[in-house]
Write a protein that binds this ligand. Structure first.
Ligand code: ATP
Ligand code: MG
Length: 562
């Protein structure tokens, strides 16, 4: 509209129209400019709003779905990949909603409209410019297709670089202490060089992509001026019309370039939809049960002829496990690294299901229920687990303790912290319960992180507690605090303690020793310790305070031996 008015304005000057007429045209021009801007704001707002709402909902759904998937799923996809799939793919979709769909439509409309208008004003110039535009579109599309493998290579090189950085940043401490900084930097240099080479490969296509629309535009402008002048002289084409033609040709550059790129982005959005759908179609192998038989109070656990393997093609990780753990009993599980101890705990919270055999749970006096029939939420609510690697979140100490449950009061937390011997520690913290703890427990010692994990479990008042002890060594004071905390945590509950420190087994009613996934010894700690032929006695002979692994290839044992 606006250029038409400017055209009329120029024609008005040429044909000496009244000043009032020219003023009106100028006013109309301003009004239209305002309306255009207003419409742009409204459409941007509406499309962004739709995009945010729809994609946030989608992010939430997909994230919730993924969180419920099996352990094997989470082992298959690294955190980096998951972020890319959850965020990258959905952002591509969000772009589609907020900008692409609308803007491709308007660009196509603009392109078509401009070409039609040019043809209406002067069909000869219109036809030539249309030919230039169509030719440019075809060439741009060819460039895009040729450039695609190069861009994919750049993306791949980027992913490798970021993966490398993520891993090295995580291991900063080890890298520094082992003097591997130069080696790591050389690796970084190599990956950056690889990325640069890939980018060089893509560069000519990028330059072609960027310059072609400008070249096409220049050609079209020259056409307008050369033919316009000719037609002005010979066929009476007015200066106003030449301006309008010139203005419209100027409008072609943007849409020409954008249409091609937007078509590509739409293809990308299509691919994203496919990948999101694929993620949503992955079903958990662990089927949820319906029964809710467990109540507060210690549980009885029974493993019957249990066999488990992670992979169908691989050997059994657990074999012929037959074991009953009675309410309030505390069982220490010992065994070499890789003997299947943590696997036993994963079976109980159904991160994995037995390959054959049955695991059942019951409260005192109640009939046993196969854990596969119990609702997962119900089951996991009644079992508290502290794993070998304590996971703390970047949040306040309060949130880390309550797990974002607002119904637990500060008084309760303070009382529990004091009960666990952490009262003084809490008082020394700068902001008390509001102190922010870093992700991965930065700023806390290993011992403190473990104590926090114990407290977290304690708040939930579970009926069965599984402690997979961390293998890191602690100072004697922290050790003391931990032993005290463990004793408090296990009080009135059934407990399974996967012990990496022999001291811990003193608290146990029963000791089980696993070897290559089989129970090779079980009995009371004192009975086994006093039997000189028992494996436990052999373990104890090495060092009362040492790691449980009396093998020379064990790092910890060899450190102790020094
Ligand atoms: P540690 O004392 O080192 O913690 P562990 O006794 O807890 O050892 P598990 O984690 O139960 O050992 O592992 C038992 C065996 O199962 C090991 O051989 C291990 O390699 C294998 N394993 C563990 N997790 C998986 C998995 N997700 N997929 C395939 N194999 C696994
Ligand atoms: Mg383990």
């Amino acid at each position: 509209m606006s250029p038409q008015i400017i055209g009329q304005f120029l024609e008005g000057i040429e044909t000496k129209q009244s000043l009032e007429m020219l003023w009106r045209l100028a006013f109309l021009f301003v009004v239209i400019a305002f309306v255009e801007q207003g419409l742009a704001i409204v459409t941007t707002y509406v499309s962004e709003d739709v995009a945010w709402k729809a994609t946030n909902q989608l992010r939430k759904e997909v994230a919730a779905h993924c969180l419920k998937l099996d352990l094997s799923f989470h082992q298959k996809y690294s955190p980096g990949t998951m972020v890319e799939r959850l965020d990258g793919d959905i952002t591509a979709l969000s772009n589609f909603f907020s900008q692409l769909a609308f803007s491709l439509f308007t660009n196509l409309l603009l392109l078509g409209g401009v070409l039609v208008l040019l043809t209406v004003i002067d069909w000869r110039i219109g036809l030539i410019v249309t030919a230039i535009a169509v030719g440019t579109l075809i060439v741009l599309d060819t460039i895009r297709k040729r450039a695609e493998p190069h861009w994919q290579a750049v993306l791949q090189a980027n992913a490798e670089l970021y993966g490398y950085l993520e891993e090295r940043f995580k291991g900063t401490e080890e890298i520094r202490s082992n003097g591997a900084t130069d080696y790591v930097l050389r690796g970084l240099y190599r990956l950056q060089q690889a990325r640069m080479q890939k980018e060089f490969g893509a560069l000519p296509w990028l330059v072609a992509n960027l310059t072609l629309p400008t070249a096409a535009l220049t050609l079209a402008t020259v056409t307008v001026f050369v033919f316009g002048d000719y037609l002005h002289q010979r066929a009476g084409l007015s200066v106003g019309n030449i301006y309008v033609l010139y203005y419209y040709v100027g409008l072609l550059g943007g849409p020409l370039w954008q249409v091609v790129n937007q078509i590509e982005s739409i293809q990308l959005a299509g691919a994203s939809i496919g990948r999101i759908q694929e993620l949503r179609n992955i079903e958990s192998k662990i089927k949820d049960g319906t029964k809710t038989p467990l109540t507060q109070g210690p549980l009885r656990i029974s493993f019957q002829d249990l066999v488990f393997r992670y992979d169908e093609d691989e050997g059994n990780v657990l074999s012929d496990i037959n074991l009953t753990i009675y309410p309030c009993e505390v069982v220490s599980v010992l065994g070499r690294t890789g003997s299947g101890k943590s696997t036993l705990s994963r079976l109980l919270i159904r991160q994995i299901d037995a390959t054959s055999g049955i695991v059942s749970l019951a409260n005192d006096g109640a009939p046993p229920t196969d854990i596969r029939e119990i609702s997962l939420d119900h089951l996991r609510h009644r079992i508290g687990v502290v794993t070998q690697e304590v996971q703390l979140f970047r949040a306040t100490l309060r949130d880390n303790l309550t797990f974002f449950n607002p119904s637990i009061t500060d008084q309760q937390l303070q009382a529990t912290l004091t009960e666990f011997g952490l009262g003084d520690w809490l008082n020394r913290l700068p902001a008390g319960l509001d102190t922010i703890i870093g992700a991965g427990g930065q700023g806390l010692s290993d011992g403190e992180a473990q104590l926090i994990a114990f407290l977290r479990v304690f708040q939930r008042n579970p009926s069965l507690v599984i402690l997979d002890e961390a293998s890191s060594r602690l100072d004697p004071i922290t050790e003391g605090l931990i032993s005290q905390a463990v004793a408090r945590l296990l009080q009135g509950r059934t407990g399974i303690v996967i012990a990496h420190r022999l001291k811990t087994i003193k608290q146990a009613d029963k000791v089980i020793i696993l070897e290559k996934g089989r129970i090779v010894e079980q009995g009371s700690p004192s009975q086994l310790a006093n039997d000189p032929n028992s494996r436990l006695a052999e373990y104890l002979k090495i060092d009362e305070n040492a790691s449980l692994y009396p093998y020379p290839n064990n790092h910890e044992a060899s450190v102790i031996a020094q």
